[in-house]
Design a protein around this ligand. Sequence first.
Ligand SMILES: [Zn+2]
Ligand SMILES: [Zn+2]
Length: 254
Amino acid sequence: MRSATLTSKTWRHLKKQLTADCRCELCMGSLDEQHRVFLCSSCHRELPNPPPSCSQCSEPLLFIEQYGRNQRCKKCQLQPPDYDYSHYRFLFQPPIDLWIRAAKDKHQEHWLTRLSMLMLESPPPALSSVDGLVYVPSHWWTRLKRGYNPAAVLARRISQQTQTPIYHQALTKSWSRDQRHLGVRERRQNLSQTLRAGKAQFHGEHLLIIDDVMTTGSTAAAAARILKQRGAGIVGVWALARTPPRGFLRHNAR
Ligand SMILES: [Zn+2]
Ligand SMILES: [Zn+2]
């Protein structure tokens, strides 16, 4: 009798799991053939896709007509960052921000697999000429607490799907404060003290830094500077999400 109860409980649980995998994560509607990425077509269309952005720092451009597509913002024209281009899949807005937080703060690593699938739907145009992927490592203590480095998980998934090698030894990191609560200047200072060159030596390669969230771009710039000092020829950035500047959200809310 007891085993019969357990069996029916297990069956109910299994059935729930199997059904959940065939349903849209947001509206619980059924998934169509084209959208096997955990979202139905209509929820997929509603995701915070990127607006026209600067081709180098990828900051959303408020007045695209001033710059034209694939143009650089004034900041990049006057003082370009150390990376040559950047590309991101989404704005860091709901529901993407909630899923990234679940992966980073709630040990829900499976979100990174799902989100890497969405990244691969829209890769950087230069992907075919990339020689290798790089990610900013996390300090061993952070990795121990979380169990994984989100950027490294994304890089591994992208590497598997695109057959692009990863340079695991390109960068190293010592202890740093959580970047999320720091201002631009503090971030730069914090990073210059913590990010270092790893063992890899480059000879003009085209490297692509994989990142989960690009905020000010200072992490990517510090990493690109180090990689170029170690011999990299071109360094690009491919982020899952980018934090939009405050002015951009106000402008778009009007
Ligand atoms: Zn849906
Ligand atoms: Zn720019």
